[in-house]
Design a protein around this ligand. Structure first.
Ligand code: HEM
Length: 214
C-alpha cells in the first residue's frame, strides 16, 4: 500500500493521474461532440438523440459520477502540480532549452486554458444540464442560448481553450505514460494537433451555425 502513496506523492505519479483522467475526458469530449453534431440534422434528429440518451438513466448517472470524480482528481492534481512547479522553479525559464524534446510553449498555457474550461463547465451545466424542460425541448434551450451573440462568443472562446488543452494534453499524456518513442513523436504531434482542431472547430461550429441561422 505504501508504494501507492509514494507513487502518487511523487511528481511523476501526479502526471500519471493527470494523463489517465485526461484520457477519460478526451473520450467523453469525442462522444459528446459526435452526439451534439446531430444538431446539424435538425430538431427531430437532436431531440431523438437526447431522448435516446435519457433512456439509459443508470448509465448516465454512472457517467456523471465518473466525470465528477475525474474532474476533482484532474483539477486538484493540476493545481498541486502548478503551484509546486512554481515554487520549485527559482529562476523562471527565459527561453526554451535548446535540444530539448519538450515543447515548453503550449505547456505553459495549460493551467490557464484549464481554468477557462473549469469556469465554462459551470456555465455550461447551468445553461443545459440544469435547464427547465417542462414546456420546451433541449433543442429549444440550445437554440435560445445561441441566439445571443454574447453566448456564441463565450462558447467559441471556451471551446478554443478546450481544443488547445486537448491538443497539448493528448501529446503530453504519451510522455507521462512513457510511450514517447522518438520514432513516433512527429506522428503523435500531428495527431494531437488534428485532435485539438477537430474538437475546437467541431464544437465552435455549433454555436456559430445556430447563431447565424436564428
Ligand atoms: C459548444 C457546443 C456544445 C453543446 C451544444 C453542448 C450541449 C450540451 C447539452 C445539450 C447537454 C445536456 C445533455 C442532457 O442532459 O441531455 C450538455 C451537457 C454537458 N456538456 Fe456539453 N455541449 C457543448 C460543449 C461542451 C464542451 C466543450 C464540454 C467539455 C469541456 C462539455 C461538457 C458537458 C458536460 C460535462 C455535460 C454534462 C453531462 C451530463 O450531465 O451527463 N460540453 N452539453
Amino acid at each position: 500500500m505504501n508504494w501507492v502513496v509514494e507513487t502518487f506523492s511523487a511528481s511523476v505519479g501526479k502526471k500519471l493521474l493527470m494523463a489517465v483522467t485526461g484520457l477519460g475526458f478526451i473520450g467523453f469530449i469525442i462522444v459528446h461532440l459526435l452526439g451534439n453534431l446531430t444538431l446539424f440534422a435538425g430538431r427531430e434528429a437532436f431531440t431523438a438523440y437526447v431522448e435516446k440518451l435519457h433512456e439509459y438513466e443508470l448509465l448516465i448517472i454512472v457517467a456523471e459520477v465518473g466525470l465528477f470524480l475525474l474532474a476533482v482528481i484532474h483539477v486538484a492534481t493540476g493545481f498541486i502540480l502548478f503551484f509546486s512547479n512554481r515554487s520549485a522553479r527559482t529562476v523562471r525559464y527565459a527561453v526554451k532549452k535548446s535540444g530539448s524534446r519538450r515543447i515548453v510553449g503550449p505547456s505553459i498555457i495549460m493551467p490557464y486554458t484549464g481554468v477557462v474550461i473549469l469556469v465554462f463547465v459551470f456555465l455550461h451545466l447551468w445553461n443545459f444540464s440544469f435547464a427547465d424542460l417542462t414546456d420546451r425541448t433541449m433543442y429549444d434551450v440550445v437554440t435560445a442560448t445561441f441566439s445571443s451573440a454574447i453566448y456564441v462568443a463565450i462558447y467559441v472562446v471556451a471551446v478554443a481553450a478546450v481544443g488547445l488543452h486537448v491538443q497539448h494534453g493528448f501529446w503530453s499524456l504519451f510522455q507521462s505514460l512513457g510511450l514517447n518513442h522518438d520514432k513516433y513523436m512527429p506522428a503523435l504531434q500531428t495527431l494531437s494537433i488534428a485532435l485539438g482542431v477537430v474538437v475546437g472547430v467541431g464544437f465552435a461550429l455549433i454555436p456559430v451555425y445556430i447563431g447565424l441561422s436564428v
